[in-house]
Design a binder for this molecule. Structure first.
Ligand SMILES: Cc1cc2nc3c(=O)[nH]c(=O)nc-3n(C[C@H](O)[C@H](O)[C@H](O)COP(=O)(O)OP(=O)(O)OC[C@H]3O[C@@H](n4cnc5c(N)ncnc54)[C@H](O)[C@@H]3O)c2cc1C
Length: 476
């Protein structure tokens, strides 16, 4: 028997996977009795914002992740296919139909008991009865307190303060210089927000007084993104958005994330008036983030204002900055690659709570957590897919990234194991990574005895999965 808390994308997928392995599951979902600030229905796997599962081709990492999930018999992928709406190269769904399909598939599965109840503490777990916590970014307060007790308060976060990420090759390297503050490797305070300047190598964008004042002026006049209810709570003082700091005074940023102390611009031999630091953001080194630059200004405004920084005039944005409510653990400190807690392997975390980012990534983590919890409950060995797969790379990132400035990540080719002999062209490289991943996954599936005769073969069909298969029920 497995207990799963939270019937979102991760919890529903985990329940389905474990039940598909023949292990009974009790799935606890607190809605509708206790709502969240953003969910609107009582359905499982409700999509709280966009209706897109992003790119669906193999030249794109999330397209690869989805293909791997299909091959692993993912319920979320099957429901998405059955509720697909036209969206070009992306997989987008009719959200009502999608959530209804997941809800009926889970609720009607003979091995899953769906209990509509808020759990205020994590039930005790054992190898025979493992527990998966999949309560998402809006985990209820009581359960959050219990997770904090279990993992240590310093390893649980309540807000995402996300700095923008840009493509490294679009930075003007003639204007920036590489240097660590004070030229030494020293961790400093402020690490909660990623402002741990001094550690490792940084690219520095120096600003003159005139450039700084022009940037400051643009920032205080930039349009802010609309605040949701859940965003109105107080920010952590150590993770203030840059526009909030800018409004406090013209020099506040110069004493915060734009401080120049300890830096020497090689072109002038002097400390710049202000500086923005860029830190490598992925293993491949083709993404860099703007250190301490979390922001809530509108994405179009971010592009305009941040391109005023010398060296960033032509940058391409990989991800814009954000600040929003997000409950998640520090994955590298708490988790093993199998999504088990290091301190208690009978306890699993999955979904956004485990430190991944996005609908697909949340469901993917639930998929492996569900399989491994089922293996544990049946006395079989747990394992993680290889790092050459997207689903394995995600698990590796969550359990091995630098815990000092951990941020939840989407799947990208940059976190996958690099190719030993990468083709020169970017497009060929991506396709080769995908080809290798699917080959490695097939071997892993065989090794685990997970081979399925087809998408969901032998499992209940979902409404709309194909002609003559309407309704939920065992397949003919
Ligand atoms: C406002 C917002 C917008 C987002 N927009 C996007 C987007 O557009 N695209 C994207 O890819 N990702 C988005 N995300 C990120 C993330 O991918 C989604 O939040 C995703 O739903 C996470 O899946 P999950 O299963 O981890 O959590 P959820 O889908 O939130 O599921 C968790 C479930 O646990 C339940 N629960 C919570 N506490 C308890 C408890 N104590 N007992 C029982 N049940 C409990 C909740 O009611 C919920 O149903 C967004 C996140 C937020 C907060």
């Amino acid at each position: 028997m497995i207990h799963i808390i939270g019937g979102g994308l991760a919890g529903s997928e985990a329940a389905w996977q474990a039940a598909s392995q023949g292990v009974p599951v009790t799935l606890y979902e607190m809605r509708p009795a206790r709502p969240t600030a953003v969910h609107k229905t009582d359905r499982l796997a409700e999509l709280v914002c966009s209706n897109s599962f992003r790119g669906d081709k193999l030249d794109n990492a999330v397209g690869l992740l989805k293909e791997e999930m299909r091959r692993l018999g993912s319920l979320i992928m099957r429901a998405a296919e059955a509720s697909r709406v036209p969206a070009g190269a992306a997989l987008a769904v009719d959200r009502e139909r999608f959530a209804a399909l997941v809800t009926s598939a889970v609720a009607e599965h003979p091995l899953i008991s769906l209990v509509r109840q808020e759990l205020t503490s994590i039930p005790s777990s054992s190898a025979a009865a493992p527990v998966i916590v999949a309560t998402g970014p809006l985990t209820s307060d009581a359960l959050s307190a219990d997770v904090a007790r279990l993992v240590g308060g310093e390893h649980l976060y309540f807000y995402d303060a996300i700095s923008p990420i840009v493509s490294a090759e679009t930075v003007d390297h003639g204007k920036v210089f590489r240097q660590s503050r004070w030229d030494r490797s020293l961790r400093t305070a402020g690490a909660a927000c990623g402002v741990d300047d001094g550690e490792g190598d940084y690219l520095n964008c120096p600003l003159t007084r005139e450039e700084y004042e022009r940037f400051h002026d643009a920032l205080v006049h930039a349009e802010s993104a609309t605040l949701h209810d859940f965003d109105t709570e107080r920010f952590f003082e150590g993770c203030l958005p840059i526009e909030v700091m800018a409004h406090r005074g013209v020099d506040t940023l110069r004493f915060g994330p734009m401080k120049p102390v300890g830096l020497t611009d090689p072109r002038t031999g002097r400390e710049p008036y202000a500086a923005v630091q860029l830190r490598q953001d992925n293993i491949a080194g083709d993404h860099v983030s703007l250190v301490g630059f979390q922001t809530q200004i509108k994405w179009s405004e971010q592009a305009r204002v941040l391109r005023l920084i010398p060296g960033l005039e032509q940058v391409e944005f990989v991800r814009f900055g954000m600040v929003h409510r997000n409950t998640y653990i520090n994955g590298p400190t708490v988790l093993a690659e199998t999504w088990q807690a290091r301190r208690d392997p009978t306890l699993f975390f999955a979904g956004q709570m485990s430190g991944v980012e996005g609908y697909v990534e949340s469901a993917a983590s639930g998929l492996i957590a569900g399989l491994n919890a089922a293996a544990l409950a049946s006395g079989r060995g747990v394992s993680a897919p290889p790092r050459t797969t997207a689903i394995g790379a995600l698990a590796y990132y969550v359990s091995h990234a630098n815990p000092g400035h951990y941020e939840p990540s989407n799947i990208t080719f940059g976190i996958m194991e690099p190719l030993p002999h990468p083709p020169k062209s970017k497009a060929a490289r991506k396709l080769e990574l995908s080809r290798r991943a699917l080959e490695a996954l097939a071997v892993w599936i065989d090794g685990r005895g997970l081979g399925r005769p087809g998408a969901g073969g032998g499992e209940p069909a979902l409404d709309g999965e194909g002609a003559g298969r309407a309704g939920v029920g065992p397949r003919a």
